[in-house]
Design a binder for this molecule. Structure first.
Ligand code: FES
Length: 174
């Protein structure tokens, strides 16, 4: 059983790569990858083994959380590099980063909702392969709107779907 002294005593030693992997829930190879990308850094022992300072744990957690949100690694890298003296993000930094990514996340959420709602119907890709497509995308009229699955783009509700007049395509799909 831990006494109060144990509870107050914070672990201070640097972490080996195995300990870091265990504590962060990230594989050793991912840690090496992050390091080659400059996202985290380690020191070397006299025996050339990696040692991570404990603040790198927070850095890895931020990277992991951002990746879970779908933020590309290049963007995470840029955001971490922009921190003063490349420091490990504090709670305040994280708040700032989250704000910066909010618009991007909102857009991503909107696209995912559209994807979920429209996955089984015509997506306006030009394939005209589904029974509904000639009704929703007659003669591939959606091609005038641009390349790719036009009905999965946010704001697609007002796009022309009949080659001439404008109508609400969402209504046409259901
Ligand atoms: S699903 Fe491709 S054009 Fe409709």
């Amino acid at each position: 059983m831990k006494n109060d002294d144990d509870a107050d005593r914070k672990p201070t030693h640097d972490l080996s790569v195995g300990e870091m992997a265990r504590r962060s829930g990230v594989t050793v190879s991912a840690l090496h990858f992050y390091e080659t990308k400059g996202l985290i850094r380690s020191a070397r022992t006299s025996g050339n083994q990696r040692r991570y300072s404990r603040d790198m744990l927070r850095r890895v957690s931020v990277i992991k959380a951002a990746q879970r949100l779908g933020i590309p690694l290049s963007e995470i890298e840029g955001a971490l590099r922009a921190l003063p003296e490349a420091r490990t993000p504090t709670a305040r930094d994280w708040e700032r980063l989250a704000k910066r990514w909010k618009d991007d996340l909102d857009d991503r959420i909107q696209r995912m909702v559209l994807l979920r709602d429209r996955l089984t119907g015509c997506i306006g890709c030009g394939c005209l392969s589904m029974k509904l497509c000639p009704l929703v995308n007659p003669a591939d009229s959606m091609a005038d709107c641009g390349a790719g699955p036009q009905l999965l783009e946010p704001g697609a509700e007002g796009k022309p779907a009949d080659g001439g007049g404008r109508r609400k395509t969402r209504r046409a799909i259901v």
